[in-house]
Design a protein around this ligand. Sequence first.
Ligand code: ADP
Length: 482
Amino acid sequence: MAHAVRRQFRAAKGYRLGWRGRQFEIPGTTVVYHKVLIANRGEIAVRVIRACRELGVRTVAVYSDVDHDALHVRMADEAECIGPAAPRDSYCNTAAILEAAARHHVDAIHPGYGFLAENANFAAVCKTWGLDFIGPEPETIERMGSKAGARQRMSQAGVPIVPGTSGPCSEDECRSAAARIGYPVLLKAAAGGGGLGIRAVQNPDELAMAFAASRREAQANFAEADLYLEKYLPQPRHIEFQILADRHGKVLHLFERESSMQRRRQKILEEAPGPHMTETLRRAMAEAAVEAARAVHYIGAGTVEFLVDREGNFYFIEMNTRIQVEHTVTEMTTGIDLVKAQIEIAAGIPLQIEQDAIERTGCAIEMRINAEDPQARFAPCPGTISEWSPPAGPWVRTDDGVYTGYTVQPYYDSLLCKLVVWGRDRTEAIARARRALDEFRAAGIATTIELHRRIVREPEFVSGIYHTGWLEENLDRLIAPQ
Ligand code: ADP
């Protein structure tokens, strides 16, 4: 129905249906889509609205009833309430979103990250409604959605994986795999994400209890209890490669991001380039990342995540089939707008750039400003923002989803803002990060701004020698009252 309405609409406006029957032209300009619905909220919804506006695409925001005054609702051309606050009733409510898409005659849906972004079923249903899902094919999402399945696939494609089980496994299989590769090991939820469902096991005595607890946690968080096992790598670095792939077989990488600054296996600061990458390692990892994307016929923007051990060996851990929070540092260092690229790729437009022409300049750092109270074990801190005055000035970018007077809701992710700085080199980027953080004024709620102020002054951060466990090892000192 939506499809028919759209065709009539285009015909009435005199648009010429172009290639793939989707791209259409207004004399003088080429418009990828007429209208896109953003099935998300917060900073990423705002980010997608900005990309659409630059492309001349109208936007439809959807929102839950507590989000009626959210920034993405204010910024979109059209908006529709799709249900109550709980995500399952609104931002994950497939039926309500598709009905809104039909009512607003959109051509495509951008899922952002989180919510429905890696839901293969949703991507497939969009298709049957005649809508483009701005992301990879449902089969690819499905294939990479199981981290255990993805490991198998990557191993077959010759991409190195962390030693471990070849797929989801029973307790007995875990036990024999752990005996073979040596403790400590990690149990991981096959359907996991966001650092949840991962548990370290130090010795055989701990395995039975850990296995039962991880299965329960996996079932509760991901509605699927399957687990697999990996060797626990001591003090690894998390290095991920940005991929862009079009519908015509071109697969490009946009270099790496260093995402080792983590708390509870969740990233809080990212940078590009990786401060201690060698050119040889970069080349080998980039090749593996492109191979990984090719192996699953990837289309769109995606990220291939690796761990690098202390000896400089790298191992695939997972592929994220969506735009990532930290895409900004890649944009700032390559000059390529990844969200616009996603939209153009979905519309069937071939990537216009060649691998050799992609250059990276300078250094970018992203700091995640969350509504969390570091003094209270990072408990989310909803409430009304009485002052919101983010920094500005040269080479400072703030991607935020809030404003002064806005009330942060308890129902959603606590990310308020991404503060991103660029410098000609890492020293300048760090100086700029310090300056920008010092300018930042936020009041009424607790935030992670002060923690970032301290991190960017730490000698280990400045030297670039930090690993995924560094922040937790130093956290008590970093959050201690001044
Ligand atoms: P999720 O899908 O939940 O984000 P990942 O598998 O991507 O989980 O891992 C998240 C983080 O957990 C990694 O960045 C790293 O810090 C830690 N981690 C994952 N696998 C290992 C491993 N085998 N050894 C040590 N740390 C690991």
